[in-house]
Design a protein around this ligand. Structure first.
Ligand code: MCA
Ligand code: AMP
Length: 454
């Protein structure tokens, strides 16, 4: 179906984003207007603020069969140049100043639109790797549709729901699940602008999405009590600490549904609406998803609930590859199995537990995936910095924080934090900078990150 079922039925609920309400008919008309003006573009960029305009622009791209590149609205010059250059976006849809021809998100279009094929790329999402600049993850229309339908089944998500969240609209969680999911299921949507406990408490929805930092703040603030009337609280993007799971259950009456996924695979494992919820575990494979564990040399690891191995997934929701990086794609996707880089156990009853990551160079802070290499490169771009090493260290609110060790003269920690926040984006900034005289290196000169104090 050309509109991917996003512009669906009459029963469908109201959509509100950061206080602005849009009817389904108006959304459809405006999205058709965008689609009519971008046809044939290689890809289009959207400055993905939390706004109705972002929703219109993304849906317009999907209607036209043109891949959409959602750009973090606070992307600084280095990050922006990379995303725009790497994706080859030819147009900017909506407001922004990207030096590209701009298409407004207003107006109607009465002409015919193409019927994009299922394997057309819907989104190109930029996500961090362990080294280098972020890679463009190509996600097909079929993958989006398959994931949303599997989640709707697992969570009994229907047009009777009102979804509430305030997550950013440039990643899978907030955009694919949090916007396209509401459109495809027909549920109402209250996007709260920011994911604050107060806004969640005031929204009165049935289905709530949050990253663990959000749930921990909901508990701390006392807002959890106001969520008693909800149907399902869902947590993902990073592990929900068991104490937060327990405190949320005590304060809200809800044992959270935890689910696990990646930009490259979308959501693949989850607890169910009609099943058990276990603190510290992420559930069972979604419909159509297979998982297995392998050891360091690719050998099979038993599903005994105790032996850890790298988690591999084979899923109809898998990405089409990293844009322009066939080698990285072949490395990650072998014989149809995506190598997640996450270390997990699988119990005999099928329940999955994520116990760590294979690489210390991927940091999860507030649910954002941040590559140490990208932050090191940003720090080294500062004229005062001679050497830099970045690691994730434990943080009570964010799970992990970005911590930098630098050799530099004539610069303060605040200068370097601001430099990264401006050049890349705010959430990538180090929270702590340690000035050191030397970095621990092995005989080959490689920094020994395990020797840095956490
Ligand atoms: C402070 N600020 C600064 C600086 N210092 N700004 C610029 N430069 C500085 N040096 C201010 C900003 O002005 C801003 O203020 C505020 O700090 C933002 O700070 P931050 O600490 O980043 O915000 P936070 O509120 O603490 O963020 C917590 C958060 C956020 C809301 C939980 O981390 C978040 O939205 N996370 C969601 C990530 C996500 O969606 N991931 C999904 C990936 P002001 O607040 O006034 O503007 S998809 C995924 O993982 C998979 C598929 C999955 O499984 O879902
Ligand atoms: P991203 O590509 O930003 O979507 O980040 C994907 C990564 O988030 C995964 O590889 C995991 O490391 C982590 N992740 C997502 N959901 C969970 C979860 N429920 N528990 C633990 N880690 C998670």
């Amino acid at each position: 179906m050309g509109d991917m079922g996003l512009l669906g039925g009459e029963r469908d609920g109201v959509l509100s984003v950061a206080g602005e309400v849009v009817g389904r008919a108006e959304l459809a008309a405006r999205a058709r207007g965008v689609a009519g003006r971008i046809g044939g573009a290689k890809s289009v960029a959207v400055r993905a603020t939390a706004s109705v305009d972002t929703v219109v622009a993304v849906v317009g791209g999907l209607l036209a069969g043109v891949p959409v590149v959602p750009v973090p609205p606070d992307s600084g010059p280095a990050e922006l140049a990379h995303i725009l250059g790497d994706s080859g976006a030819e147009l900017l849809v909506g407001a922004g100043d990207y030096g590209l021809p701009t298409v407004p998100v207003t107006g109607d279009f009465s002409g015919g639109l193409p019927e994009p094929s299922d394997d057309a790329t819907a989104l190109i999402l930029y996500t961090s790797g362990t080294t280098g600049a972020p890679k463009g993850v190509m996600v097909s229309r079929a993958a989006v549709a398959a994931d949303l339908d599997a989640l709707a089944e697992a969570w009994a998500w229907t047009a009777d729901d009102v979804l509430v969240h305030g997550l950013p609209l440039f990643h899978v969680h907030g955009l694919v699940l949090g916007v396209l999911g509401a459109l495809r299921t027909g549920s109402g949507l209250v996007h709260t602008g920011r994911p604050t406990p107060e806004a969640y408490a005031a929204a009165g929805g049935s289905l709530y999405f949050g990253v663990p930092t959000v749930w921990s703040r909901v508990v701390e603030s006392g807002a959890a009590e106001a969520l008693r009337g909800a149907r399902l609280l869902v947590s993902g993007s990073a592990g929900l600490p068991a104490p937060v799971f327990d405190a949320l259950a005590a304060a809200s009456g809800h044992r959270a549904v935890e689910r696990y996924g990646m930009t490259e695979t979308l959501i693949t494992v989850s607890a169910r609406h009609d099943g058990e919820r276990r603190a510290g575990q992420v559930g069972l494979p979604l419909r159509g998803v297979q998982t297995r564990l392998v050891g360091e040399h690719g050998e099979a690891v038993p599903h005994d609930g105790a032996t850890p191995g790298e988690l591999l997934v084979r899923t109809p929701t898998v990405f089409q590859g990293y844009l322009g990086r066939p080698e990285a794609t072949a490395e990650a996707l072998r014989d149809g199995w995506f190598h997640t880089g996450d270390i997990a156990t699988i119990a005999p009853d099928g329940w999955h537990r994520i116990v760590g990551r294979a690489s210390t160079d991927l940091i999860k802070s507030g649910g954002y995936r941040i590559g140490a290499g990208e932050i090191e490169a940003a720090l080294l771009a500062h004229p005062a910095v001679r050497e830099a090493a970045v690691i994730g260290t434990p943080h009570a609110d964010l799970g992990e924080q970005v911590t930098a060790f630098v050799i530099a003269d004539g610069v303060t920690a605040a200068d370097l934090i601001d430099f990264v926040a401006r050049d890349l984006s705010i959430h990538k900034r180090p929270r702590t900078v340690h000035f050191v005289d030397s970095l621990p290196r092995n005989a080959l000169g490689k920094v020994q990150k395990k020797l840095l104090p956490s």
